[in-house]
Design a protein around this ligand. Structure first.
Ligand code: CO8
Length: 370
């Protein structure tokens, strides 16, 4: 079987940063307005007053200090509390694909490939801007790629599941140059009025080029030594938005039509699932990791997982953190960590790109620098 390599990666970071302080200020204004407007009902005991959020809590509970978003103003307007992204004509690249084009451009340049050499595109993300035509086919059109393209959604694990699928299709001879993009506009499905989760997510897009080792020509290549994907049903992270919502109009805009989670349960259940996945994969391959590029949801979660896998505390270079700056960018997170924190590694060193999230789903790609 041919060895598959990652021959280039790219990252698109939206231009608008929001600090915890800015986000909390807007949230607390919304809370004050709500409590003022409902003072009579609150005093009568008919509804509970809303509570303030705090930057200190956010940093302590998650490690998140800021995030980037596609559109900032609406999120910080207590009357809106959502990004405002105007619709575009069908002849223009959609927002997700514009992000993907930036990330793809960087990844293709790094791999020494031209867009027209790409013959497989997978757009793997936790939400698609529309059901059809596939986002990936739109990207294929706008960059002038050949072959075939399709979308897949495995929530936060979309990138690793996408890479594993691309590797399989390359190995089977269905394509020669694969591009996997992960445009995540998490701000579009986050409830900025929910104190428990308003701080969790940010927007970003990553891209990776995969090809057979014998075809690759980039200076830096990462051989895929193994892939392991797992899923296990859970209602603890859920979003019930979908095409049937309008068929039950009385519930169309309920809270569960955006991201909802039982964060503490997720933490407890996913840490062992992921630690076991990475450890068993490395044992099966007889490899010792030099680096863990983990999904970027929560710093405490990553410290736990790294400690279980390594059998000791990881230092910051062994399990790099980008969630402090980017927050949780869903499937893009582990790839951002890989993209930004690998240049110092030497030939022969091994790392694990590992994602985990809703489903539950977890994906683990072991790579070795050539
Ligand atoms: N400010 C101040 N206090 C707060 C706030 C706040 N904003 N929020 C909650 N509190 C309070 C609570 O009320 C509670 O108070 P009390 O103790 O008096 O009851 C206290 O703080 C503790 O609350 P929690 O138990 O909820 O806090 P945790 O320590 O558990 O931290 C976290 C919450 C950060 C959410 C944490 O549980 C966590 O990170 N869990 C893991 C979650 C995770 O990894 N989820 C993966 C989701 S990503 C995914 O799958 C992709 C989905 C698709 C993308 C969607 C994009 C929108």
């Amino acid at each position: 079987m041919s060895e598959i390599v990652i021959s280039g990666t790219g990252l698109y970071t939206p231009p608008n940063a929001i600090s915890n302080e800015e986000l909390v200020k807007a949230f607390n204004l919304y809370v004050d307005n709500f409590n003022d407007e409902n003072v009579a009902a609150i005093e009568a005991g008919l509804i509970e007053p809303l509570a303030h959020s705090s930057s200190e809590f956010i940093v302590k509970a998650s490690g998140i200090k800021s995030r980037y978003v596609v559109s900032k103003d609406g999120i910080l307007d207590p009357e809106v509390m959502a990004p405002l992204i105007p619709e575009r004509g069908n002849d223009k690249p959609s927002v997700m694909i514009e992000m993907a084009m930036h990330a793809a451009d960087e990844a293709l340049k790094a791999s020494g490939r031209e867009p027209e050499e790409v013959d497989l595109i997978i757009c793997a993300a936790s939400n698609m801007q529309r059901p059809y035509p596939a986002m990936a086919v739109e990207l294929q059109h706008f960059i002038g790629a050949k072959g075939f393209a399709f979308d897949m959604n495995v929530a936060c694990s979309s990138a690793t599941f996408g890479m594993a699928n691309a590797a399989g299709l390359l190995q089977a001879g269905n394509a020669k140059v694969a591009l996997v993009v992960n445009p995540e506009i998490c701000s579009g499905h986050l409830n900025f009025r929910d104190r428990d989760s308003h701080f969790i997510f940010g927007d970003a897009c990553t891209a990776a080029v995969l090809e057979r080792s014998e075809d690759a020509k980039s200076a830096e290549q990462w051989a895929i030594k193994g892939e392991k994907l797992v899923t296990q049903f859970s209602n603890n992270i859920r979003n019930n938005f979908g095409f049937l919502n309008r068929t039950a109009p009385e519930h169309q805009f309920d809270r569960d039509k955006l991201f909802v989670q039982e964060g503490r349960k997720v933490f407890k259940e996913v840490v062992p699932l992921v630690s076991d996945l990475i450890s068993s994969e490395l044992e099966r391959q007889g490899l010792t990791p030099n680096r863990l590029w983990l999904h970027q949801a929560n710093i405490n979660m990553n410290l736990f997982i790294a400690r279980k896998v390594l059998g000791r505390d990881a230092d910051i270079t062994e399990a790099p953190v980008i969630l402090d700056e980017y927050a949780n960018t869903s499937s893009a997170g582990s790839v951002i960590a890989f993209h930004k924190h690998r240049r110092d590694m030497k030939s022969g060193e091994v790392g694990v790109i590992c994602s985990f999230g809703a489903g539950y789903s977890a994906g683990c790609i072991t790579v070795q620098k050539k």
